[in-house]
Ligand binder design. Structure first.
Ligand SMILES: *Cc1c(COP(=O)(O)O)cnc(C)c1O
Length: 384
């Protein structure tokens, strides 16, 4: 049976060129990157440092600003908990938004239990955070602002630069979860005024279980209390023997994403327009998220009078799609992101996220659009 993968916000397939870059470090170059006394270790270290430069280059950062982690969940935890613990004497207030990934939301919840105060800013009907609202929420006790770069659910891209400017003016650290934006949108940490930035390899055609946190070292220098203690790797921010093959793959994935970004973006915008246009032939289709300021591969649609779960069940063996955020899809709960944009409850349960990616073809998109349209009509014609 034919299968089409349209769930690239959950994860992406490994690019064959990434696999190729990993293989030497899974075979002959197996050394511990911290064992600098011999050639085995030095080869591994070289692989790590090459990857560090590749990741940094994608973000306009210095290689020394990159800390490897197990993924964006850990990066978000390290950024928030690390700043909160280190700067506890300076203040206890954190500003974030209602549409963050659970890795940020739940970390904030845990910090609240430790006495921190969290302001969760609302978003407008397109899913945008108003930079002025960030400004108004600042208090003398604020130590950190954490705003997502682009929504993993509705694709809305935030005005990060405007928020970064406010953070700089008020001298507050600014963390950005750019897991969905890095490698897809041009990101420059200096231009954006970001001090901490999370990203993950498996969202950009790299391996799972590896990510990074950008930590600004100068103007201002950000200090963090580590979450994991031990051998002192990664500037003491994240101890543990480095996963060299995964890091090498992550570096290659960043290099490819940077080199092919413009072309890939315009191709995905075209495919998304095709998908949207074909599905818009149906009655009762609504677009969730921002009409323009959104990730190229993201299309989030509501199909009135159709239960998203039923639609995905009917298509599940052929077309991989997600009802709202994948992380919460095990729980039959309406997506908090769709609730935050003010979508009526009924439509939140009728919403489907399409995530297009690097290896999707035009022919696949046409076929999938027609299969979805057929299935929507079939479900609507069924008596309750
Ligand atoms: C996927 C994702 C994460 C979690 O990343 P992992 O590397 O899977 O831990 C965090 N934030 C956003 C926005 C994501 O899309």
């Amino acid at each position: 049976m034919r299968r089409v993968y349209l769930d690239h916000h959950s994860t992406t397939p490994l690019d064959p060129r990434v696999l190729e870059a990993m293989i030497p470090f899974l075979t002959e170059k197996f050394g511990n990157a911290s064992s600098r006394t011999h050639a085995f270790g030095r080869e591994a270290e070289e692989g790590v440092e090459c990857a560090r430069a590749q990741v940094a280059s994608l973000l306009g950062a210095q290689p020394r600003d990159i800390v490897f982690t197990s993924g964006a969940t850990e990066s978000d935890n390290l950024a928030l908990q690390g700043v909160a613990s280190f700067y506890r004497d300076r203040g206890n207030h954190i500003i974030t938004s209602r549409i963050e990934h659970r890795a940020v939301l739940d970390t904030c919840r845990a910090l609240e239990k430790q006495g921190f105060e969290v302001t969760s800013l609302p978003v407008d009907s397109c899913g945008s955070v108003d930079p002025e609202a960030v400004s108004r929420a600042l208090t003398a006790r604020t130590i950190l602002i954490s705003i997502i770069y682009a929504s993993h659910e509705i694709g809305t891209v935030q005005e990060i630069q405007a928020i970064g400017k406010i953070a700089k003016e008020r001298e507050i650290f600014f963390h950005c979860d750019a897991t969905q934006g890095a490698g897809k949108e041009p990101i420059d940490v200096d231009a954006l005024g970001v001090d901490l930035l999370s990203l993950s390899a498996h969202k950009i055609y790299g391996p799972k279980g590896i990510g990074a946190l950008y930590v600004r070292r100068r103007k201002p220098r950000v200090r963090l209390e580590p979450l994991v203690h031990g051998g002192g790797q990664e500037r003491n921010f994240r101890s543990g023997t480095l996963n060299v093959p995964a890091i090498a793959g992550f570096g290659k994935a960043c290099e490819l994403a940077g080199a092919e970004m413009d072309e890939e973006r315009s191709r995905l915008v075209r495919l998304r327009a095709l998908l949207h246009q074909r599905l818009s032939r149906l009655e009762g289709v609504g677009l969730n998220g921002h009409p323009e300021r959104r990730l190229a591969g993201n299309l989030n649609l509501s199909f009135a009078d159709v239960e998203a779960r039923a639609l995905l069940r009917a298509l599940g063996n052929e077309i991989a799609l997600s009802p709202g955020a994948a992380c919460t899809s095990a729980v039959p709960e309406p997506s908090y992101v769709l609730r935050a944009i003010g979508l009526p409850l009924e439509l939140t349960l009728s919403s489907v996220r399409f995530g297009l990616g690097r290896f999707n073809t035009e022919e696949e998109v046409r076929w999938a659009a027609d299969r979805v349209a057929e299935t929507v009509e079939e479900l609507r014609s069924r008596p309750f």
